[in-house]
Design a protein. Structure first.
Ligand code: IPM
Ligand code: MG
Length: 358
């Protein structure tokens, strides 16, 4: 029996709807496989916890998570708690203390889903965005002085270290090398940001020497948005800074049909710490409680988690089930222009998982 200990953190809003659906799918996959066992432990951390305890997670939260093989996460954010509190108190606290420096965001047009791009090339979008996830614009460096006075000053400092940039570049080149097209686009803004991002370009060129089979090019982030829209088929693997990739990954999610489908892996590639898997979408309070959240982003994230745990067959089986469901427009949730509910989609994926005999 292959046993995997999974920490489950549904968090806020629709995280509490899509994560339990994901757990049900994982349980079904384990039953079907017979050789997998998941030990789930659910943690009620998030904004409700904060309102009672004054913290997004308990002081010993990270110590508790340390022992797990992976973390399955929903979303954080509530209308009545400042976003920077929810984010830094839970999600970024986990990403940073577990050195999950590689954020991996696949974007692919799944069967049955219509991309808003009229360009036929959009059908062929199959990208992986690698987001630097530990430093850059999210390093947490900065401060405010003379608060409230006219002379108030605030700084927000982006940090780029040689170690940090080299390791994300290596990760991205390795990933690009493992994919059939062996293409990598390195995104910067090194015309305007002349220190950190010039170093980023230099390190990309250094690391590239170790990957002669990877065809790579550089793009400025503004021009990159146009290329994603106008020549989507020219891209494959993409690496960018924390903030640039944050923005590009929302664009990517829109281009492949919906933010509701997009998955993320926050990886500690050395496996010293657990990695964390979550849908890209947020807590979406506007649709919370309506039962219409798209659970596919959580399911795709669960598939990435299975891959990370070495369960390649189950990961593939789950993606096939997801694709079978997206192919049927009756099973599209409102974010995809349909009328299906979270439960309809979950039941259909469960049925596909159970009925899939290969
Ligand atoms: C994401 C999100 C987060 C981020 C938000 C919730 C702060 O947009 O995962 O892309 O910017 O990292
Ligand atoms: Mg984002």
């Amino acid at each position: 029996m292959r046993r995997h200990r999974i920490a489950v953190i549904p968090g806020d809003g629709i995280g509490k709807e899509v994560v339990p659906a994901g757990v049900a799918i994982l349980e079904a996959l384990a039953r079907r496989d017979g050789g997998i066992r998941f030990d789930f432990e659910t943690f009620d951390w998030g904004s409700d916890y904060y309102k009672t305890h004054g913290l997004m997670m308990p002081e010993d939260g990270r110590a508790k998570l340390r022992a797990f093989d992976a973390i399955f996460f929903g979303a954080v954010g509530a209308p009545d708690v400042p976003d920077h509190v929810t984010l830094w108190g839970l999600r970024l606290a986990i990403c940073q203390s577990f050195d999950q420096y590689a954020n991996v965001r696949p974007a692919r047009v799944l069967p049955g889903i219509v991309s808003p791009l009229r360009d036929a090339g959009a059908k062929h979008i199959d990208w992986i965005i690698v987001r630097e996830n530990s430093e850059g614009e999210y390093a947490g460096q900065g401060g405010r002085s003379h608060v409230g006075f006219p002379e108030e000053v605030a700084t927000e400092v982006a940090i780029f270290t040689r170690t940090g940039v080299t390791r994300i570049m290596r990760f991205a080149f390795e990933l690009a090398q493992s994919r059939p097209r062996r293409r990598l686009t390195v995104v910067t803004k090194s015309n305007a940001q002349r220190y950190g991002l010039v170093m980023w370009d230099e390190i990309a060129a250094e690391v590239a020497r170790d990957f002669p089979s990877v065809k790579w090019d550089k793009m400025l982030v503004d021009a990159m948005t146009m290329r994603m829209v106008l020549k989507p088929q020219s891209l494959d693997t993409i690496v960018a800074t924390n903030l640039h990739a944050d923005i590009l990954s929302d664009l990517a999610a829109a281009l492949v049909g919906s933010l509701g489908i997009a998955p993320t892996a926050n990886m500690n590639p050395e496996r010293k710490f657990p990695s964390m898997f979550e849908p890209i979408h947020g807590s979406a309070f506007d649709i919370m409680g309506k039962g219409i959240a798209n659970p596919l982003g959580a399911f795709w994230s669960a598939s990435l988690m299975l891959e990370h745990l070495g369960e390649k067959d189950a990961a593939l089986l789950l993606m096939r089930a997801v694709e079978r469901v997206t192919a049927d427009p009756h099973l599209h949730t409102p974010d995809l222009g349909g009328h299906a509910t979270t439960k309809d989609v979950t039941d259909a994926v469960l049925a596909a998982v159970n009925g899939h005999n290969e």
